[in-house]
Design a protein around this ligand. Structure first.
Ligand code: CTP
Length: 398
């Protein structure tokens, strides 16, 4: 996938620069042609000799070498993709307002290829309103952002702002070249994760859904050209693709409201969330103190989002439900498909080993409204996501 691809990497002055050594190795091993540009500050963090040895090309830093002008226009046109990683707060700010005071920035302004930015900064810098404005601004120029991770930062603090790992940058670049157009222009809405139903200010009713499956499906849909909106309940999962619109919700009711706001304009709707079926009738304003030996909590049914969409869906819309069953799996799933008026149901059984909540693998069957059933083997959730998206494509592109 990356063989013979021309990848230009711009490094700015952050401690995360050391990660680019591994990335360069990974890319060259895959057969990519790599060229590296650094800012002066970056040379404090990564030896240019290591990068030129690994990339097998001289590393560029200055706008002129001896009497020769470094041709930034040519570089920007040579690349199939320009990855700026790590991107510091300083270079980000310059990019957002047009400052051009080094070779890396001159190349950025003249590049004609897709540009991908991987920021790295301390948590407070990352959350600063000026940074937020600058990130939104460079995104609006058409650049893609690889989201930062949470973890240990150079300051020793733990928080958001860590640059993505070399393997994540590598797979982002791989995805960049595997993007296809089967769902080009199709608008897709997907729900993921659990919902939490508040009992009082500190307690809630939840479930074990991690959101992994829904997040993987959202990314696969994007790679097929779809415009994706992901509505997710509380989860630690993170999207690697910043172009996917993410809406965070907590309760079933919030998920219902947001889903209904979007549903009209969608071509494909996928309900992979493990929505709570019941919610407390009343939420206590204060923390409930323990007094009696027993506590009877009164619950009421939540609105069924899948069924609500099934009741109003238009002919052109394709609706996918999920079912998690422990017994009579197939029968129950077909019944759900019918009652909720879905076009297909993805069935997980809790009886399958290494499948379902929390695992990185899953085993599914897809049941179609025509009565067809396709069974798949145990696979990674990423591969399962591909199977589900391929199935959807085969149904919507007929
Ligand atoms: N679902 C929903 N809204 C709810 C409950 C479920 O949209 N309030 C959706 C889920 O996202 C999933 C499908 O319905 O796509 C199946 O959910 P599941 O909980 O397995 O089925 P239920 O209909 O709730 O039935 P039961 O819990 O009795 O199996």
């Amino acid at each position: 996938m990356l063989k013979d691809k021309k990848i230009l990497i711009g490094i700015t002055g952050s401690i995360a620069a050391y990660k680019i050594i591994s990335l360069t190795r990974l890319l060259v091993k895959e057969g990519a042609e790599v060229r590296v540009i650094l800012t002066k500050a970056a040379t404090d963090f990564v030896p240019t000799l290591v990068l030129s040895t690994l990339s097998k090309k001289p590393v560029l830093q200055d706008l002129s070498i001896s009497d020769e002008w470094a041709n930034h226009v040519e570089l920007g046109r040579w690349a199939d993709v320009f990855l700026i990683a790590p991107l510091t707060c300083n270079t980000l700010a310059k990019m957002s307002c047009g400052i051009c005071d080094n070779l890396l920035l001159a190349t950025y302004y003249s590049a004609t290829c897709p540009i991908v930015l991987a920021p790295a900064m301390d948590e407070d810098m990352w959350h600063h309103p000026a940074t937020k404005i600058n990130v939104d601004k460079v995104k609006s120029f058409g650049n893609s952002i690889i989201n930062v991770n949470s973890g240990e930062l150079a300051s020793g603090l733990i928080g958001e702002g860590r640059m993505a790992e070399p393997e994540e940058l590598f797979s982002y670049l791989q995805n960049q070249f595997s993007k296809s157009s089967e769902l080009l222009g199709k608008s897709v809405l997907i729900t993921a994760g659990p919902t939490f139903e508040a009992i009082d200010p500190v307690r809630f009713i939840g479930n074990h859904s991690s959101g992994k499956m829904g997040f993987a499906i959202a990314e696969e849909l994007y790679l097929k050209g779809a415009i994706v909106t992901l509505i997710t309940g509380p989860t630690n999962e993170k999207l690697n693709i910043s172009e996917i619109k993410r809406i965070d919700v907590v309760s079933a009711d919030e998920m219902f409201q947001h889903t209904m706001n979007f549903v009209d304009d969608c071509d494909i709707i996928i309900m992979s969330a493990a929505v709570a079926d019941y919610t407390p009738i009343a939420v206590a304003k204060e923390k409930v103190k323990k007094k009696e030996n027993e506590w009877n909590l009164q619950l009421t049914k939540t609105k069924d989002i899948l069924a609500s969409i099934g009741a109003i869906k238009k002919h052109r819309q394709f609706l996918v439900g999920f079912a998690l069953e422990t017994n009579n799996e197939q029968e129950n799933a077909f019944q759900k498909l019918k009652i909720k008026n879905a076009d297909c149901i993805v069935l997980n059984s809790l009886n399958d080993k290494n499948a379902g909540f929390g695992y990185n693998t899953n085993k599914i069957s897809i049941l179609d409204k025509s009565g067809e059933k396709i069974e798949f083997n145990l696979k990674s959730k990423r591969e399962v996501a591909r199977d589900i998206v391929s199935f959807i494509i085969s149904k919507v592109n007929v």
